[in-house]
Design a protein around this ligand. Structure first.
Ligand code: NDP
Length: 249
């Protein structure tokens, strides 16, 4: 039997597109209050308005580059009181930049991936988990990847970042054992979002080629799986979800 998350507060980073946006819609449908974070202010404002037209839930937006770790540390104190106690934390903002062998790695790209995919997640967990521990409730959802389980040629920076994220998620699970805080790592395969456009730095034809012949997942598919993990009864911890497109392996 599904567990209701209505009334819980869900904080989603990377909510301005793709998987984060789809998860925001799903959480709103489930009756959550939302805190939506990304850099693109217009996208966030449009999403806030669209969600509030469909669902009667409070939505707060924060325009932030998650690489700003000090700003993340300040967030819990700066949030309006009704959003301050985050129950569901989805630090989903992330990216791959470039395809490069290790001997050609662009160190700026590598740093951006580590800062965004790993350090920002650590900072968000550090900021919002203390209140979860005090309240003895919460759910940490890590948006990992197949690249967190397998490493491949040309993806040294991205695969290293998602492997680090997996290690952090596993440590979180160990650290929080004995509490009612659940930890889930979601490991999508190919999902058709802006991810590939970002990876190929705006080259649309290279981005589209990634999805040729595999009927990729949609962001909504990953949002469905994310909601599934959150709506299990409290004693059920979905630790990992590896989700492929059917034609992918
Ligand atoms: P999108 O590019 O569509 O979305 C990425 C989101 O992250 C955007 O909302 C973007 O918002 C936000 N973001 C990126 N950098 C920053 C930053 N520095 N500060 C704040 N927000 C940032 O890609 P996806 O939805 O596909 O990606 C979401 C997550 O899913 C990522 O962690 C990715 O690694 C993971 N994933 C994706 C897969 C795929 O095939 N698509 C497969 C496996 C995992 P803005 O630009 O407005 O800041």
């Amino acid at each position: 039997q599904a567990y209701s998350i209505a009334g819980q507060t869900a904080l989603v980073t990377g909510a301005s597109s793709g998987i984060g946006e789809a998860c925001a819609w799903r959480f709103a449908e489930a009756g959550c209050k939302l805190v939506l974070v990304a850099r693109r202010a217009e996208r966030l404002a449009a999403l806030q308005q669209a969600i509030q037209q469909h669902y009667n839930v409070p939505v707060h937006t924060i325009v932030l580059d998650v690489q700003d770790l000090e700003a993340i540390a300040r967030l819990p104190a700066e949030l309006p009181a009704e959003f301050r106690e985050v129950d569901i934390l989805l630090p989903n903002a992330g990216l791959a930049l470039g395809v490069a062998s290790v001997h050609e790695l662009d160190m700026q790209d590598a740093a951006t991936m580590i800062n965004t995919n790993v350090l920002s997640v650590m900072a968000l967990v550090r900021a919002f988990t203390p209140s979860m521990v005090v309240r003895n409730r919460g759910h940490l959802l890590f948006m990992s990847s197949i690249a967190g389980r397998e490493a491949y040629s040309g993806g040294g920076g991205y695969c290293a970042s998602k492997h680090a994220l997996e290690a952090f998620a596993t440590s979180a699970r160990h650290d929080l054992v004995g509490t009612n805080i659940r930890v889930t790592s979601i490991q999508p395969g190919a999902v058709k979002t802006e991810f590939s456009v970002v990876r190929f730095k705006g080259d649309g034809s290279k981005a589209d080629a990634v999805y040729e012949g595999i009927h990729p997942l949609l962001a909504a598919d990953i949002a469905d799986n994310t909601l599934y993990a959150c709506t299990r009864p409290p004693h059920v911890q979905v630790a990992e979800m590896l989700v492929f497109a059917t034609y992918q392996c």
